[in-house]
Every structure is written in C-alpha cells, then in structure tokens.
Design a protein around this ligand. Structure first.
Ligand code: HEC
Length: 122
C-alpha cells in the first residue's frame, strides 16, 4: 500500500490525497510555465529597445549599427555582439572605453530590450 503521508490538517475532506496532490502539482507547473513565459516576453522587446537606442546609443553606434567614430564596433556586421546577453548587460552597465556607463540611467530590463534590438541590426 502506498502511503502519501499528506498532513490531515491540509487536506480537503472527502477528496482523496492523491487527487489533492495532483491539483497542487499542476498548479505549480502552471506557475512555472507562466513565469517562464512572462520572462521571455519581458526579456525580448526590440521595439521598446529601439526607442532607447535612438535616444541613448545612436550618436555613436549609428542608425543601423554602423559605427560613427573610430573604435566603435560595427553592429551591422555583428561586431561585439557574439557574447551572452548577461555579458553585454554588464558591459553596458559599467561602460567600456569611450562608452559611458548606463548604470542608474537605464534599468536592467531596458538594457535587455536594447540588446534585443541590437541583435536585429545585422
Ligand atoms: C559615446 C559613444 C557611445 C555611446 C553613446 C554608446 N556606446 Fe556602445 N560603445 C562605444 C565604444 C567606443 C565601444 C567599444 C568599446 C571597446 O571595446 O573599446 C562600444 C561598445 C559597445 C558594445 C560592445 C561591448 C563589447 O563588449 O564589445 C555594446 C554591446 C554597446 N556598445 C552597446 C551600447 C548601447 C546599448 C548603448 C546605448 C544604451 C551604447 N552602446 C552607447 C561607444 C558608445
């Protein structure tokens, strides 16, 4: 005989323990699926990213990612973008060489939107 050892105090009277456990499990799975879905939607909004890019990045990085100054990577050829989003996020937050730091100017989710936009430029 299988003993599921579900605490009597937490069980709904009249509903078998296994059914209650399945209900809990599907709730947990649904919550996980929803949070993954929400993250994906939030992490990739190139349309919002484009607005930020035009305002903060275009002067150096060009309308379509073509460098405006020597030493700026050419995003239209994918230069500088062969790195994980988390690495690019850190570089943009701290700044690099001539590039200013965006910590306190843009939040992480805004920077991730811009990164999603950068990946559309090539
Ligand atoms: C003042 C000019 C300037 C502005 C404004 C600017 N950048 Fe840059 N950016 C640079 C330069 C210069 C580099 C090359 C740094 C290096 O590797 O020496 C660079 C590099 C990068 C890289 C590649 C980093 C790497 O690790 O190779 C990314 C990604 C980037 N910029 C994104 C952005 C984003 C997004 C914005 C706007 C939020 C922005 N930049 C604004 C000048 C600028």
């Amino acid at each position: 005989m299988v003993n599921l050892e579900i605490d009597e105090r937490n069980s709904v009277p009249g509903v078998p323990a296994a059914v209650q456990w399945l209900g809990w499990l599907s709730g947990a799975l649904l919550a996980t699926a929803l949070s993954v879905w929400t993250f994906t939607v939030q992490a990739a909004d190139p349309t919002a990213g484009k607005k930020i890019y035009v305002q903060h990045c275009q002067n150096c990085h060009g309308e379509r990612g073509e460098p405006q100054w020597p030493g700026v990577p050419d995003f239209s050829h994918g230069e500088g973008l062969l790195q994980a989003d988390s690495v690019l996020l850190a570089s943009i937050k701290s700044g690099k060489a001539m590039m200013p730091s965006y910590r306190g100017v843009l939040n992480d989710s805004e920077i991730l939107d811009v990164i999603a936009y950068l990946r559309t430029l090539r």
